[in-house]
Design a protein around this ligand. Structure first.
Ligand code: ZN
Length: 214
C-alpha cells in the first residue's frame, strides 16, 4: 500500500457508491480505491449508509422485487469493482480488466513531445485514457471545460497543487489552470478521466489539440 497524500473528494466517492458517475470516472475511482485503504473505508461507509436507507424502505413494506431493483441500481458499479489489490504489476485489478492486461499490454500512441496515450474508452459522458509522460517533461499549461480526474500509477508529477505519486488523485475543473510536470527519474503513467475537452493556453498546443484529441 502506498502512502497516498491526495485523496478522492467525498462527492465523487459518493457518486461512485451510488453509480451516478460517468463510466470513465468510475474506472478512475475503482482503481484509486484498489490502492487506498482510506478510500475503501470511506466507500464502505457510504455503502453502509445506502444499505441503512434500503432497510428503512423495506420496513415500509415494499416488495422484494422493488428492493432488488433498487439494490441493482445503487450497487452495480461498486459491487462489480470490489477492490482487489493485485500483487506485483503496475495496474490494480479494475484497470487491468479495462486494459486487458498490465502495463506491457497497453497499445500506446504518440501524441507529440514524447507523450503517449491510450484511450480506453470514450463516449458522450466522458473519456478514460492512460497517459505516459517522459521523466522531467512538462504537459502544456491548460484549464478545463469540465472535470478532469487524474490518478498516478507510476512515477510522479508536480503541478501548482503539489506532488502526486502512485495512488494520488487530482481533480481539476474550470477553476483550475495547471502545468503538470513529470518528476525526474521515471516516466509518469496516469489514468485520466475527462468529461469535456481541455482548454490549452498556448498557441501551439491549441493547434495540436485536434490531432492529440485530449
Ligand atoms: Zn488538467
Amino acid at each position: 500500500m502506498t502512502d497516498i497524500q491526495h485523496h478522492v473528494p467525498d462527492d465523487l466517492l459518493m457518486g461512485y457508491a451510488t453509480g451516478a458517475l460517468p463510466r470513465a470516472f468510475d474506472l478512475v475511482i475503482a482503481t484509486h480505491v484498489s490502492l487506498s485503504d482510506e478510500a475503501r473505508a470511506r466507500l464502505e461507509a457510504y455503502e453502509a449508509v445506502g444499505g441503512a436507507v434500503l432497510d428503512t424502505l423495506d420496513e415500509a413494506d415494499l416488495s422484494d422485487d422493488c428492493l432488488q431493483k433498487t439494490l441493482a441500481m445503487v450497487g452495480d458499479t461498486a459491487r462489480s469493482d470490489r477492490p482487489i489489490t493485485t500483487s506485483g504489476g503496475t495496474f490494480p485489478a479494475p484497470l487491468r480488466a479495462a486494459v486487458g492486461g498490465d502495463e506491457d499490454a497497453v497499445r500506446w500512441r504518440s501524441v507529440g513531445a514524447g507523450v503517449k496515450q491510450c484511450v480506453l474508452y470514450s463516449d458522450d459522458s466522458g473519456t478514460a485514457r492512460l497517459l505516459r509522460i517522459p521523466a522531467g517533461r512538462a504537459m502544456p499549461e491548460h484549464s478545463h471545460h469540465g472535470t478532469e480526474m487524474t490518478l498516478v500509477l507510476k512515477g510522479a508529477f508536480r503541478d501548482e497543487d503539489g506532488v502526486f505519486s502512485r495512488g494520488d488523485i487530482e481533480v481539476a475543473d474550470a477553476e483550475v489552470s495547471h502545468t503538470p510536470v513529470a518528476e525526474p527519474g521515471e516516466d509518469c503513467i496516469c489514468l485520466v478521466a475527462t468529461n469535456a475537452r481541455l482548454r490549452f493556453q498556448g498557441l501551439l498546443p491549441r493547434i495540436a489539440q485536434p490531432f492529440v484529441g485530449i
